[in-house]
Write a protein that binds this ligand. Sequence first.
Ligand SMILES: NC(=O)c1ccc[n+]([C@@H]2O[C@H](COP(=O)([O-])OP(=O)(O)OC[C@H]3O[C@@H](n4cnc5c(N)ncnc54)[C@H](OP(=O)(O)O)[C@@H]3O)[C@@H](O)[C@H]2O)c1
Length: 309
Amino acid sequence: MSCSCGTRAWSPCEIPDQKGRVALITGANTGTGFETARSLAEKGAHVILACRNAERAQAALQRISALHPEASLEFLPLDLGSLESIRSAARLVRERHPRLDLLINNAGVMLPPKSRTQDGFELQFGTNHLGHFALTGLVLESLLATPGSRIVTMSSNAHKYGAMGFEDLQFERGYRAWAAYCQSKLANLLFTFELRRRLEGTGTLAMAAHPGWSYTELARHATRNPIVACFNSTLGRILAQPAAQGAQPLLRAAVDPAVSSGDYFGPSGPGEWRGSAVRVSPHRRALDETAQQRLWQISEQLSGVSYPL
Ligand SMILES: NC(=O)c1ccc[n+]([C@@H]2O[C@H](COP(=O)([O-])OP(=O)(O)OC[C@H]3O[C@@H](n4cnc5c(N)ncnc54)[C@H](OP(=O)(O)O)[C@@H]3O)[C@@H](O)[C@H]2O)c1
């Protein structure tokens, strides 16, 4: 049973055969990224696990191989907090993979103490948004060369509380961890919608997703904070959905044949906290075309990456 409305429940059993396809997933060693890698590998895709920690990446590769001995897997060293690392990862992708079917911008950090990427950007804006902006631009050649390729970027319900502080994107006038996280997740959506517009007519699609509230390691780098306490509490563990379920909106955006460019997927339940993957509505601030274009221009300047679009 298939339907183009996106409101019906979806199950990973519906993932079509992925043999011959190449998928790159950032932050694939744990959480929703790991589950996405596992599901795509099970269906036959060649999966590139783009991770910053080689040991954790190898452990993830071994876990997937143990479950699916026939899985085709590759580790790509990638630290999204370093433009140098992003450039060398992208170079390797272009050299090794003239074909790239799926780019899944999943990795993220939440509520770290005040800190900066290697290039001096506020850590959440730098990692969650700018790092993925740069990576996408640098591997676009391979995506554009692949008919029907897709770029899926992970946002969050938190984007609804976000505002783009264009006058102080790096929180130099005072760091507020939650505001910075929400801004980075709003940036993920502004980026996706501007990318969708720029990709029109190329055959490559841009979508976004969010995992609701999923039990992962996301709060591990965080400072003491009521949101983190809630994430880590026993009640939190019970209320949150498993990471595998949290990965479903990302997977649906990546493989459902009925998806349209610009679609945004999240859980179906109340408040989009848990449930099966359905199309959901972004906050109106994410649809602001002026903000989308402004963020794009600033991101090109800050990252030094210009898109060939
Ligand atoms: N869990 C939720 O309820 C929830 C809700 C809304 C949105 N999200 C979003 O979902 C995405 C996945 O998060 P998760 O919940 O699965 O958390 P997770 O278990 O902490 O996974 C995050 C992944 O991102 C990687 N990462 C962090 N910084 C990186 C960097 N500089 N370079 C490369 N990789 C980096 C981590 O690598 P290491 O293992 O090396 O740290 C890890 O693999 C994030 O974008 C997050 O914002 C999650």
